[in-house]
Design a protein around this ligand. Structure first.
Ligand code: SAM
Length: 278
């Protein structure tokens, strides 16, 4: 079939942007380029794959799960229903943390990525700084299987530990970075596509979404060196609460919060025994 015919076929049941993106990915083209090639005949193999994936999208599956792939920080990550699909905000968490690592730490830095899911945070930091000592941990064995796939694909040397928060963590780290579950069970804004497809273990938290920040902050110093950085992704409306929890449990810290590209406060960085200048 021609590109134009496949686009028409897809547009009957799926949003036209998704159809275009799907076909562009399969043809290794930019979506805009498709319109310049509308009369090109598509290889049968790709046509079959396109129709298969279209069926998954029709069933309400996110494109990334249908493709079993997503791009995070320019790297390809395998994803499926066992893990959260990495988000743009999390790229910003990684980018800022990477800057802090380079600015305030020197050699032999130990990083714990708590609730690693696909491994996107810890593996990207390791990719960017090969000398980091990175540990990925998660309570979900399913998620850790996905993180392992990504570790092998990216060929990065990291440790992987199954752990309910710090239960099986016996080391001390310089940096704990985490994007924990933070959606309140009462949240009415959650999209159906997310609610129906992504693991609820990765999404929801008690205590108005603050459960994990509270649990992590109340015990984290047992797993941190004297000089440390804690890097949190937070929900768009959780800045004050998370800052209050940090001040409740930790002494002599310096806190920096940052907004994401949409202008929502999304990151909390907690420093101890580090002279911050920014
Ligand atoms: C919001 S997802 C983040 C996944 C990934 N780090 C990312 O940013 O895309 C939260 C992760 O925390 C994990 N998790 C939930 N409860 C946990 C617990 N008690 N201990 C450790 N990990 C937990 C989930 O399995 C999930 O992978």
């Amino acid at each position: 079939m021609k590109i134009e015919e496949l686009l028409c076929l897809g547009n009957k049941t799926v949003h036209k942007d998704q159809t275009k993106l799907l076909l562009a990915i399969l043809l290794n083209m930019n979506p805009l380029e498709l319109s310049l090639h509308l009369n090109d005949i598509v290889d049968l193999e790709i046509e079959i794959k396109f129709k298969e994936l279209l069926e998954s999208l029709e069933k309400g599956e996110p494109l990334q799960y249908a493709l079993k792939n997503t791009n995070f920080y320019g790297l390809d990550f395998y994803v499926d229903k066992r893990v959260l699909i990495p988000r743009f905000e999390t790229e910003e968490l990684v980018s800022n943390t990477n800057n802090y690592l380079n600015k305030y730490f020197s050699n032999n830095i130990k990083v714990l990525d708590l609730g690693t899911g696909s491994g996107c945070i810890g593996l990207t930091l390791k990719y960017l700084n090969n000398n980091l000592d990175v540990t990925l941990s998660d309570i979900s064995i399913d998620a850790l299987e996905v993180a392992k796939i990504n570790q092998e694909r990216l060929d990065l040397d990291v440790k992987i530990i199954e752990s309910d928060l710090f239960q099986n963590i016996h080391d001390k780290y310089d940096v704990i970075i985490t994007n924990p579950p933070y959606i309140s069970y009462q949240d009415e804004k959650i999209e159906k596509l997310v609610f129906d497809n992504e693991p609820h273990l990765a999404l929801f938290a008690d205590n108005n979404g603050l459960e994990y920040y509270d649990k992590i902050l109340s015990t984290c110093e047992n797993y941190l060196n004297d000089k440390y950085l804690i890097a949190f992704e937070i929900g768009y409306n959780q800045e004050n609460e998370v800052v209050n929890l940090a001040n409740k449990y930790l002494k002599n810290i310096k806190i920096i919060t940052k907004k994401d590209m949409e202008g929502n406060p999304r990151m909390v960085f907690i420093f101890k025994n580090i002279e911050i200048n920014e």
